[in-house]
Ligand binder design. Structure first.
Ligand code: FAD
Length: 508
């Protein structure tokens, strides 16, 4: 066997180094060093030991190391210390020590047994340092962490921290509750929605470490109704704590996402908005119905007055006789007072209020109109198929448009109600083309006879019997709204039966 490549076992210090160097090295070391006999009686201690403990060499040499013991260290620790060093193995651990002046400190101690040539432990080498401050800082960090965790956990909003790969690294009770309710981890979906909604603003906010607050996101978990969350995000930088990053710090970025469930608030807002719209439309309908009634009455009265005027003209052309002249005079009087009454009636027709033009989200407006019709739809067992397409905003008069679509929807519901057929279906579709927005309302009612396709838009035309109280808006007024928006309306039979109302409104 060739032993030439073997490393020789450590044969001790280089004999060229004088013993004095070792003594001075121990003397001048910054660590508290003591050398004891096999029973832990101190034989030597260096100046650092004297500084840390407060004992001078003269005061402590000859005493057991236990003079430093504060007696709160559990016996088990000493037992394991001795069990280890008695097996001639080094021991390392923490002990609570008491200085000469009675003050306490936490000692991080390493004891190394010194074995003599016969294999017996002749001495122990003890080295320790005061780690009270390090321990205090560690505890402070732990306490703060526990405090932060309990505050975060007690927060009434869901809080989640995500790493750069958008993995959840920390969450609170509310977030866990949310996972339970939604049946899935919502962070990734909400982040995707925030990305989509905020676009570049989100990326810029991440790059510049700028937080964002209260961004509303809609989330529809599978098989559940839509939920709304107000999301706030902030970015936290963490310095890499690994050894290799000590001189070359690298940072890790975490995102703190605060999620507040605002579904109830949204529903409440929605209800308030729909109720307000309902009130405005009811008022508008009342005015419209008054306009229709008065206009109808004037229209009806105008015919006999016209006949009366013709009669007066005929009488006036007759050769004069006393009786005829008197009749003409009283007829003329009646005619004058009649046309005065008509003028007064005309003056009573309420004028149409001028609504300002504003950007209208037609899908939202149609949804609100549908919501208002819900009680009737439910009562008639009508199923609604809502087929929206993403639409640009439309410049229009929101209330008048709401009245228009409400009237078309009500007509459709009336038609389905009257048909009493098995199919009770209403399809509401929105479509967008570069220049137009199209709304199509199809019902499963009896449809519209061909000869009525254009007649339905005539003033005072109604297909509803005399027993029906028609307080809504007639199709002539519907056409008025469409025309005032520069649009087109068409009523026709739908391919699958029933009536199809198609409204086209220009976007430009
Ligand atoms: P002790 O009765 O002395 O010891 C408690 C238990 O330790 C005993 O029940 C026994 O199981 C075991 N034990 C103690 N002495 C022996 C022994 N000679 N042989 C076998 N088992 C034994 N202690 C400190 O508190 N602070 C220090 O800084 C410190 N430094 C030390 C440095 C060295 C080099 C050595 C060898 C020991 C050091 N000790 C230190 C330990 C110290 O000697 C005591 O064991 C300890 O302080 C407990 O003392 P006590 O009087 O409370 O109980």
């Amino acid at each position: 066997m060739n032993n030439s490549s073997r490393t020789e076992p450590d044969s001790g210090p280089d004999p060229s180094i004088p013993q004095e160097i070792f003594r001075q090295a121990v003397e001048q070391a910054a660590l508290a060093i003591s050398i004891t006999d096999a029973k832990a009686r101190i034989l030597y201690c260096n100046p650092a030991f004297q500084r840390v403990t407060g004992y001078s060499s003269g005061e402590i040499v000859g005493h057991n190391e236990s003079v430093l013991s504060y007696k709160v260290t559990p016996n088990l620790v000493y037992e394991s210390l001795w069990a280890q060093i008695l097996r001639q193995r080094p021991w390392n651990g923490l002990l609570v020590n008491r200085r000469k002046d009675g003050s306490r400190y936490l000692a991080e101690l390493t004891i190394t047994p010194v074995v003599d040539e016969s294999g017996q432990t002749s001495n122990y080498l003890g080295m320790h340092r005061d780690v009270t401050e390090v321990h205090r800082l560690e505890r402070q960090v732990q306490n703060q962490k526990a405090l932060i965790e309990s505050v975060v956990d007690a927060a009434p909003v869901a809080i989640v921290m995500l790493d750069e790969q958008e993995r959840v690294v920390l969450d609170n009770q509310e977030y866990k509750k949310l996972i339970g309710e939604l049946g899935a981890e919502p962070a990734a979906t909400l982040l995707a929605a925030l990305h989509a909604d905020m676009g570049e603003v989100f990326d810029r906010s991440r790059k510049t470490d700028r937080s964002f607050a209260g961004h509303e996101v809609r989330y529809t978990p599978e098989g559940h109704k839509p939920r709304w969350f107000a999301c706030s995000g902030s970015w936290i930088d963490e310095q890499d704590a690994s050894a290799e990053a000590f001189y070359e710090p690298t940072r890790r970025q975490y995102m703190l996402l605060v999620i507040q469930d605002i579904t109830a608030l949204k529903e409440q807002q929605e209800a308030i908005r729909v109720n307000a719209l309902r009130a405005v439309l009811a008022e508008q309908e009342r005015i419209q119905s008054l306009r229709e009634t008065l206009s109808g009455a004037i229209f009806q009265l105008q015919a006999p007055f016209n006949m009366l005027a013709a009669a007066v003209r005929m009488l006036a052309r007759q050769p004069g006789n006393g009786a005829a002249d008197a009749l003409t005079a009283s007829l003329e009087e009646a005619l004058a007072s009649g046309s005065q009454t008509l003028d007064s009636l005309r003056a009573c027709i309420p004028s149409q209020s001028d609504e300002t033009i504003s950007p209208v989200d037609l899908n939202a407006l149609l949804k609100d109109t549908l919501r208002m019709a819900t009680p009737r739809l439910l009562a008639d067992g009508i199923t609604v198929e809502w087929r929206p397409t993403e639409l640009p905003l439309l410049s229009g008069r929101p209330t008048r448009l709401a009245i228009l679509f409400k009237a078309l929807l009500e007509n459709a519901i009336d038609a389905i109600h009257e048909s009493r057929g098995d199919r009770r279906e209403l399809i509401l579709t929105t479509l967008a083309s570069p220049d137009w927005i199209e709304v199509v309302i199809e019902d499963s009612g009896p449809g519209i006879p061909e000869e009525w396709r254009y007649k339905v838009f005539e003033p005072f035309f109604t297909t509803k019997g005399a027993d029906h109280q028609h307080i809504g808006m007639g199709l002539s007024a519907v056409q008025d709204v469409v025309t005032s928006h520069g649009g087109l309306i068409e009523m026709a039979n739908a391919p699958g039966g029933g009536c199809r109302a198609r409204v086209q409104l220009p976007t430009a």
